[in-house]
Design a protein around this ligand. Sequence first.
Ligand code: ATR
Length: 285
Amino acid sequence: MELLGVIGNPISHSLSPVMHSVALAEAKKQAIYLPFLVQAEGLAAAIKGAASLGFTGFNVTIPFKEQVVPLMTELTSEAKVIGAVNTIKFEKNGKIIGHNTDGQGFLASLADELMEPKDLNCLVIGAGGAARAIVSSLLSAGNDVCITNRTKERAEKLAKDLNVGASEHRICNVVDLSVEGLKDVVAQVDLIVNTTSVGMAPYFNQSPIPLELVTSKHVVVDIIYNPEETLLLKHARQVGCKAQNGVGMLVWQAIKAWEFWWNETPPSKVSMFEAVQDALRKTSP
Ligand code: ATR
């Protein structure tokens, strides 16, 4: 029996166990995937313990994606660039490899649902961990990216970090999060991505950027999946934009984690989507 799981704190809300368990059953794998609530002071012991117990892998969620980095024996290039790990592979030879599938998951979900992410002008709202993964994946797939964030210095730091090694044609600029700052940039972008928590509780009635700037020419992705439709997505659809929420990224980062552990693809993406959507329906008010 192979052992896998997700570590975080809190963990009861995580949708990874339902998604992975459905895929494991369909693949008829002799494996079990469980949620593990870990305290910060027990994180290193949890990783070492899982390695000793012969675990195959972990997913890592809030607040440990950065804290596990020094506990890895190796990092993939994605984990290095993003500076965070959301997937761990325990190898028989004792290696503990940290990887990050958030950026790949974002690109795959966009390609699957809306458009090929290539040669686009993009605006990414936010400068946290999710933004870091998304901006770096958009840059490496050959897109231009502007970043805007409530705390401008954080966006500037992100742009500086990710511009190292980026091609000169893929420059990552930072713009002010205000109508004035955004007006000209938004008029030129094809893709708008919200990576902030504005749109989920307690910010249901807020949009991360002024809605009047979003017009039918934009493709809009909000990586929030609860609620399924944020104010930004509702407006985007009303004015005729192609738009998607965060369910696709959630499912695709899981598919990419599976591929990292086993070098194979889960049998049915559709079942994983359905598992997430069922679970969300049960938890929504
Ligand atoms: P994650 O790993 O999910 O990206 P994070 O690192 O906490 O989470 O980042 C959250 C992002 O949402 C940040 O860009 C944050 O802006 P700041 O850098 O200014 O903190 C943004 N954010 C969170 N709450 C916000 C709010 N009420 N208004 C605007 N931006 C907000």
